[in-house]
Design a protein around this ligand. Structure first.
Ligand code: AMP
Length: 545
């Protein structure tokens, strides 16, 4: 017997409609790439303004000929115009393809052609990127520059249109269309470390229920009382869904635009007083270093959500001790919209020493409602959830990908589960610990060594800025860890010093066979260490030694 309840599609347009009806005066503050006539780069308006302009840009797109399912791309920072496009494009049934400008030019060409983007909305910063490749993306019909007439660049882009002029010419009268909630809403490509990027196509339904789960106190804790600073880019998994969650709750949103360095972030934090920050560890390292330099504290900040890479112990402690802010460690991936787990404050933590709590916060957290997870061995057999056994992490849930966009390769899917490519432990309380990427874990004499744990231990050294551990060939043990590290500018710390520092922090057999100091380390377009080339470069390092 079926229940007697109404059916109604969960659509992204419903979010902005709800926002304007319920929280029309919630503020949205953005740092732009350009300045206004007063010389300020800060722009400020309300949810009501955003809703009106979303309809204007939707009408503009309809007039340009945009149809349902057409892919319409953005190459933009976190700012109010990008926010409007989230609703304007998906609201009419077209698909918002958020392009990551940090991809290599050949990857940009690949994804724009693979997605068959019809128009690209582009921030001033990224105009040269597109100019350089426009001959190779001939399917794109036009480029809409996210600027007003005064700031229009002199560009070789064909059919370049001014965004603000387009908005001014368009009506704000629009009845959002209704369609199946499983319709595609947004497209995001993974920044694969090998091969071409793969497309992840989100639906209206998956996006809405992800946002519903995400706003819960047990996930990210977003409400109309929140003032959120998402530093995680809107071109990387939709800024972890925050624009949607912000519209759902009517929180104040503070968009940092291109200013992601410590000083620019502090300037915004000081002026707008956000209580919730979200971003990857690298960004917070820069902010924390800046705060040390200027000797101030992040008084308004209560929670800092950290994901994308593991949050080191030293960072968890520093946010707590120096800034009285709680680091919410979260884990997810592009394929998961992205949220999988969250490590929020619990009653049990109240009875822990600080040291115990920080150790627990290093874990990536428990699954948020809607996500199921398990760990399995190479044969697919379950491994115990005892917090010790390592296994391949598989997940399933209604905002997790079931196949890649226009891609027949189903090798990541196993009986309705997605193989995340991560190796993890799960403890009896259901806390996940990401041990490594499957391809990065170091297999030494039959034992597994987590490169991530070693990196975290190493960056705790006060004279190291960044650390990267790779497994390299070894005659006796098959593979041994090698530590590559960047020293602080005036540091003369030696390999022996670093090893001594690690001595009481890791198991004996984990000790890197050598420490090599480098000036820089390669990263992927989403800020993760890119180990593939390093492994090639250092493959024989220990064999030669
Ligand atoms: P992306 O799709 O670019 O967001 O990357 C997803 C991958 O980032 C995951 O599969 C993990 O390997 C890694 N990742 C995300 N969050 C964390 C975290 N909190 N700790 C460790 N690794 C993480």
């Amino acid at each position: 017997m079926l229940g007697n309840m109404m059916e109604g599609p969960l659509l992204i347009s419903g979010l902005i409609e709800h926002a304007v009806a319920t929280n029309p005066n919630s503020e949205i503050v953005s740092r732009r790439c350009e300045t206004d006539h007063t010389g300020s780069s800060i722009h400020r308006y309300t949810m009501k303004d955003a809703a009106k302009r979303s309809k204007q840009i939707a009408n503009a797109l309809i007039n340009l000929g945009a149809k349902p399912s057409d892919r319409i791309a953005t190459l933009a920072w976190n700012n109010y115009r990008h926010f409007e496009l989230y609703f304007g494009v998906s609201g009419i049934g077209s698909v918002l393809h958020t392009i990551n400008p940090r991809l290599f030019p050949e990857q940009l060409v690949y994804i724009i052609n693979h997605a068959e983007d019809r128009w690209i909305f582009v921030d001033l910063t990224f105009v040269p990127l597109l100019e350089a490749i426009q001959d190779q993306i001939s399917g794109v019909e036009g480029f809409i520059i996210l600027a007003d007439a005064n700031n229009m660049p002199d560009t070789s882009l064909k059919n370049a249109v001014c965004y603000e002029e387009l908005i001014d010419q368009s009506s704000d009268e629009l009845e959002w269309p209704t369609f199946d909630e499983n319709t595609a809403a947004a497209l995001c490509y993974t920044s694969g470390t090998t091969g071409n990027p793969k497309g992840v196509l989100y639906s209206h339904r998956s996006t809405l229920i992800h946002a519903l789960s995400e706003i819960s106190r047990e996930a990210l804790g977003i409400s109309s009382l929140s003032c959120i600073l998402p530093v995680v880019p809107m071109f990387h998994v939709n800024a972890w869904g925050v624009p949607y969650a912000g519209a759902m709750t009517g929180s104040k949103l503070v968009f940092p635009g291109p200013g992601m360095d410590g000083a620019s972030l502090w300037e915004l934090i000081d002026a707008e007083k956000p209580d919730l920050l979200l971003g990857v560890p690298t960004v917070w390292l820069m902010l924390l270093n800046h705060m040390d330099e200027i000797g101030k504290t992040l008084d308004s900040v209560k929670n800092v959500v950290v994901g994308g890479s593991a949050a080191p112990y030293s960072m968890i402690k520093k946010f707590d001790e120096d800034h009285d802010a709680f680091l919410v460690h979260a884990w997810g991936m592009t394929e998961m919209s992205p949220l999988g787990t969250s490590n929020v404050a619990t009653a049990a933590m109240n009875n822990m020493t600080k040291e115990e709590r920080y150790r627990l916060q290093q874990k990536q957290g428990r699954p948020v409602f809607g996500v199921q997870m398990k760990i399995v061995d190479d044969n697919g057999d379950p491994r115990p959830h005892d917090g010790i056994a390592y296994g391949r992490l598989l997940v399933r849930g209604p905002w997790i990908i079931s196949q890649y966009y226009k891609n027949d390769d189903m090798s990541s899917f196993e009986n309705g589960w997605l193989d995340t490519g991560d190796v993890a432990t799960i403890d009896p309380a259901n806390y996940l610990t990401i041990v490594d990427r499957s391809k990065d874990v170091i297999k030494s004499g039959g034992e597994w060594i987590s490169s991530i744990d070693l990196e975290n231990a190493a960056v705790g050294h006060p004279e190291l800025v960044e650390a990267c551990v790779i497994g390299v060939a070894h005659e006796k043990w098959d593979e041994r860890p090698l530590l590559l590290a960047i020293r602080k500018p005036d540091s003369n710390v030696t390999a022996e010093d670093v090893k001594q520092f690690l001595d009481d922090k890791i198991a004996k057999f984990w000790m890197p066979d050598d420490v090599i100091f480098v000036d820089s380390l390669p990263h992927t377009a989403t800020g993760k260490l890119l180990k593939i080339d390093l492994r090639k470069e250092y493959q024989d390092y220990l064999l030669k030694a």
